[in-house]
Write a protein that binds this ligand. Structure first.
Ligand SMILES: *[C@@H]1O[C@H](CO)[C@@H](O)[C@H](O)[C@H]1NC(C)=O
Ligand SMILES: *[C@@H]1O[C@H](CO)[C@@H](O)[C@H](O)[C@H]1NC(C)=O
Ligand SMILES: *[C@@H]1O[C@H](CO)[C@@H](O)[C@H](O)[C@H]1NC(C)=O
Ligand SMILES: *[C@@H]1O[C@H](CO)[C@@H](O)[C@H](O)[C@H]1NC(C)=O
Ligand SMILES: *[C@@H]1O[C@H](CO)[C@@H](O)[C@H](O)[C@H]1NC(C)=O
Length: 580
């Protein structure tokens, strides 16, 4: 196993995650199997209880682990499936060590940060890095470890010390370190002092950078590279230039141009790992696909406008996976994505009374969009506005996708305006209302793996029902009989209403194994009107977009039929370039 640590200096939030996942993706293009571990120096044990306002979206893994958005980044770039153990936090490590101490595993010795905690960190890394993460079911060859925060913080100190020891534990040729630093532009001049200081800090803690990745607004000048190389005691080829690019999907290609892989391959003696021709072939196909898919941004391409009707739409991080799924789908459809952010409550008539401009602006976006998306969310505020957006999409035959809460509000709209349950509501917000008016009800899952848990969390199967062969969404999923997607919800469509809804055209084509829980609906006689109780965005990959999202974007771009018929193979701009 080869380990590549990605650490950060100067400040956080300069794209360490993207750099780490891009590096991992490049190792995959050489044919290696790659996994990743994220170290977060926080005391929290899981992200389920953290506020999305503070932390952005809560990302759900197959195993039901609730993490923040970074693990999602790795899954999307590396096309892998991670577990909650792939995220190490200070809280998790401490509780692990304390539990061992309580069991008497330390034989009454004094338990200390060094060596007990640092050993626990190293053991954790060694154990988790060996978990197979892709469909080969084999142990990965390379593990990318992203160390959150910046080196030198109090929080990250035990992890830095653990990694210092780790380089000797696994051996020099099995460990390398990429330090991500910032080169600010002051009056047009590229300043290297912060990077010099950051590397000095790193060295004083016993770690040596193999590569210094410099984030800068502009391309690094030759003189800047020379200066960094000289003052940080590295070769010029160890300084990589990561300037701002139009799309983060270009970063792997930017690193490749600078021959980063050549350096790392030699440094890590990758030739020791035996690859079959098939592995190499798979890698080169991956690179070619990546280039074809991401290299194709062209200003002459048409745009596709999707109205995203949500809550707190000014906090776009809370919809990160949704945005990514839309991006992946539009790349596949060769369209430039334009998201129209609509605050759901602005669509409500009350807003018109208090703030006419907001109301008109919001409706202007909804009515000019090519497609409408109502993503998951929580809380009552804004749901009436979402219901109005669903009604617009349904009546005007605008392509629509509702995810989780989005499926629920679309069903409430249908129950109210088509089947005549005038005051239909969600039991989530009005638990005291009589059952016949609750379109959405509480259905806790009794499941022996998750005793006492009230939330349906993680991977669950959905079965397409009999007689759904003509269903668009089923075809999008490749006409499989069942699909597994990630869930995170407590409430469901009231099973007593299914018959009425279906007779009126809202067909629940996908259900759980009991047939009572509605997982996917599709409206008849509409170009694309689909809802999913699960969150398909969590499993969207750069090269394998989530199917329901692909359907939405394709229908909005008017090419759904071509996509369904598989005529929409991606073609690269330049054949020469696509050659590996
Ligand atoms: C890992 O878990 C911690 C604790 O809940 C959380 O704060 C952090 O955001 C998670 N990180 C990732 C990458 O999921
Ligand atoms: C992504 O992973 C899935 C399952 O692990 C695999 O079937 C698929 O071929 C992979 N796609 C790419 C583009 O590597
Ligand atoms: C590097 O890892 C390989 C395979 O695990 C091992 O055989 C080798 O001894 C390691 N190198 C060093 C210097 O420890
Ligand atoms: C980035 O976008 C600008 C303007 O939209 C364009 O001129 C430039 O060529 C693009 N750069 C790349 C690397 O695509
Ligand atoms: C990428 O595009 C080129 C040129 O159109 C094509 O020959 C190649 O097959 C494509 N690669 C993949 C993996 O689809």
């Amino acid at each position: 196993m080869k380990y590549v640590v990605v650490s950060g200096g100067v400040i956080s939030g300069i794209g360490k995650g993207v750099l780490a996942s891009s590096t991992g993706m490049l190792f995959k293009t050489l044919g290696y199997k790659v996994t990743s571990i994220k170290i977060d120096p926080y005391m929290n044990i899981d992200a389920g209880t953290m506020s999305p306002l503070e932390h952005g979206e809560c990302f759900v893994l197959d195993d039901g682990g609730e993490t923040d958005l970074d693990l999602g980044n790795y899954e999307r770039y590396l096309n892998v499936t991670l577990t909650k153990d792939h995220n190490i936090t200070t809280g998790k490590i401490y509780s692990h060590v304390i539990a061992k101490e309580r069991k008497g595993d330390y034989l009454g010795k004094t338990v200390q940060i060094v060596p007990h905690l640092t050993n626990a960190i190293q053991e954790w890394i060694e154990r988790v890095s060996r978990i197979p993460v892709d469909d080969t079911g084999l142990e990965p060859d390379i593990c990318i470890i992203e160390l959150g925060g910046t080196v030198g913080d109090i929080e990250s100190a035990p992890f830095v010390e653990a990694l210092r020891q780790f380089q000797f534990r696994v051996g020099k040729e099995n460990f390398s370190l990429i330090h991500v630093s910032l080169v600010p532009l002051i009056h047009g001049e590229q300043k290297t002092k912060p990077t010099q200081a950051a590397v000095k800090d790193l060295r004083s803690l016993g770690l040596t950078p193999d590569m210094i990745a410099c984030r800068c607004a502009t391309q690094l000048e030759e003189s800047t590279i020379n200066k960094i190389a000289m003052f940080c005691h590295v070769g010029n080829d160890q300084v990589v230039n990561v300037h701002d690019v139009n799309s983060t999907y270009h970063i792997p290609l930017l690193l490749l141009e600078q021959k980063m892989m050549d350096y790392l391959s030699t440094r890590l003696r990758l030739s020791d790992i035996k690859l079959t021709n098939e592995d190499k072939h798979r890698g080169s196909i991956l690179l070619s696909k990546w280039k074809n898919m991401t290299g194709n941004f062209d200003e002459s391409m048409e745009t596709v406008k999707i109205a995203l009707v949500g809550k707190y739409t000014h906090l776009q991080d809370s919809y990160l996976s949704v945005i990514k799924a839309l991006e992946h789908s539009s790349m596949q459809c060769k369209r430039i994505l334009q998201i129209l952010w609509v605050e759901a409550s602005d669509l409500e008539p009350e807003t018109q009374e208090s703030h006419k401009t907001k109301f008109h602006e919001a409706w202007n976006k909804v009515s000019t969009a090519d497609g409408i998306l109502v993503p998951g969310g929580f809380g009552l505020r804004g749901t009436e506005g979402m219901i109005l957006a669903c009604k617009w999409a349904r009546e005007n035959k605008v392509p629509f996708l509702g995810v989780c809460l989005g499926l629920q509000v679309a069903t409430i709209e249908f129950a109210r305006n088509v089947i005549g349950i005038k005051d239909g509501i969600s039991g989530e917000f009005f638990p005291d209302v009589e059952e016949s008016k609750q379109v959405v009800v509480y259905m806790p899952e009794i499941d022996k793996h998750n005793m006492g848990g009230t939330m349906r969390l993680g991977l669950r199967p959905t079965y397409f029902q009999d007689g759904t062969e003509a269903s668009t969404i089923k075809k999008l999923y490749g006409s499989k009989d069942s699909v597994s997607e990630r869930h995170r919800h407590r409430y469901e469509i009231n099973p007593n209403l299914i018959k009425d809804l279906e007779e009126n055209g809202l067909v629940f084509v996908g259900r759980d194994e009991t047939g009572n829980r509605c997982e996917i609906f599709e409206l008849k006689n509409h170009p694309y009107f689909v809802g999913t109780q699960y969150h398909p965005e969590y499993t969207s990959k750069v090269l394998v977009p989530s199917r329901p999202f692909l359907g939405l974007v394709a229908a909005s771009a008017g090419i759904l039929q071509e996509v369904l018929e598989g005529e929409f193979e991606f073609q690269g701009k330049d054949e020469q370039e696509a050659q590996f």
